[in-house]
Write a protein that binds this ligand. Structure first.
Ligand code: CUA
Length: 361
């Protein structure tokens, strides 16, 4: 039975005496709720610290979208609440039905035109911001970002030779263009402080660029569920001065020269300290190691599984993690390319360090 037929079969339909909407009242409630919603929306600190030039326009875009969408949400909610309050069926009204409404051209034009204008306006604005954010600069640096279960590796161009690093180091105030690639499944390369994120898809090169403008260390996360180790697929982005970047790039992926004794400079980030390396490589995210104060449980507890093992075993466990898998754990989670990203002498130092701290005397 159509609405119309029902309306006719119900005979004359006396209007409900209480079914009167005070439009002025409804608008007032809606306006107050919108104002409160917008104030709350703008007060909330949605994002982490901003560390790129792109963050400004993107955060403003977010605020504008909030201001535009909150009144729409409030309008719909207010009308629904008023309808429920005013038009709900009361005892004895089971057979009553309101008068049927046929087309209301003015209303239809309004509710089509307003959303259309809003959408076109917001799309245009978003497009302008996107164009602005994606403009490439001539002196940019290029970094190839490769995702795999479950690690990121960064490849830099050093005088025509490609060098790999497990840590993302970027010079301040200089545009960097990332080319995202994946070796296995879809990952998503995201530095929340830079605001932009995109998927790394197997077989496709995806690019985006940012210009870091704040010194410091910021988390890099994978934002696409990619398997068991997704939550630990993290690394760090370190934004440094141009000069520091250059000296870092000159040494990365390269056997550090003459590591006897301590290196005083500190500029290179304490290359000879295996404990620092254990931290910067993110080992503790998955492994428990008392000496380093880490408590990860995704991978085996190193204090336990390495006890009584020789250095050859430890080295193999790092560079060929799936050769022998500890009981109760799953293979394929630890990245198999540490030999590529940790320079030889540092790897030696790490193996020796792990051997020393896990022998448990
Ligand atoms: Cu890679 Cu989630």
């Amino acid at each position: 039975m159509s609405l119309e037929e029902r309306a006719q079969s119900a005979g004359p339909t006396p209007e409900r005496p209480h079914a009167r909407v005070n439009v002025g009242q409804m608008l007032l409630v809606g306006a107050i709720a919108s104002a409160l919603g917008i104030a709350l929306g703008l007060l909330i600190d949605w994002f982490p610290v901003a560390a790129s030039e792109e963050a400004g326009p993107i955060d403003t875009l977010w605020d504008v979208l909030l201001i535009a969408s909150i009144p729409v949400f409030v309008l719909v909610t207010t009308v629904v609440l008023f309808a429920v309050l005013k038009f709900r069926m009361r005892p004895g009204e089971e057979n009553l039905d309101g008068p049927p409404i046929h087309g209301n051209t003015r209303l239809e034009v309004i509710w089509t035109a307003i959303p259309a204008i809003l959408l076109v306006g917001l799309c245009t604005y978003s497009f302008v911001v996107l164009e602005d954010v994606e403009a490439l600069e001539r002196d940019r640096i290029e970094v190839r970002v490769v995702g795999e279960q479950f690690a990121w590796t960064y490849y830099y161009d050093r005088d025509g030779e490609e060098v790999a690093s497990r840590q993302l180091v970027l010079p301040i105030d200089r545009q960097v263009r990332f080319t995202l690639q994946s070796k296995d499944v879809i990952h998503d390369f995201w530095v929340p402080a830079f605001r932009i994120k995109k998927d790394a898809v197997p077989g496709i090169d995806v690019t985006y660029s940012v210009t870091p403008n704040r010194l410091g260390t910021f988390p890099v996360v994978c934002a696409e569920l990619c398997g068991l180790g997704h939550a630990v697929m993290r690394s760090q982005a370190r934004v440094v001065e141009q000069q520091e970047f250059e000296s870092w790039l000159a040494e990365v992926g390269q056997p550090a020269q003459d590591e006897e004794g301590g290196d005083e400079g500190g500029g290179g980030g304490g290359e000879a300290d295996p404990k620092a390396l254990f931290a910067s490589e993110g080992c503790g995210g998955c492994h428990t190691l008392a000496d380093a104060g880490t408590t990860g449980t995704t991978g085996p507890d190193l204090d336990d599984v390495l006890q009584g093992k020789d250095e050859a075993f430890i080295r193999q466990a790092i560079v060929e993690p799936d050769a022998e898998i500890a009981e109760g754990y799953q293979g394929g989670i630890m990245p198999p390319n540490y030999e590529e990203t940790i320079p030889g002498p540092q790897l030696d130092a790490l193996v020796q360090y792990l051997s020393e701290v896990t022998q448990g005397g």
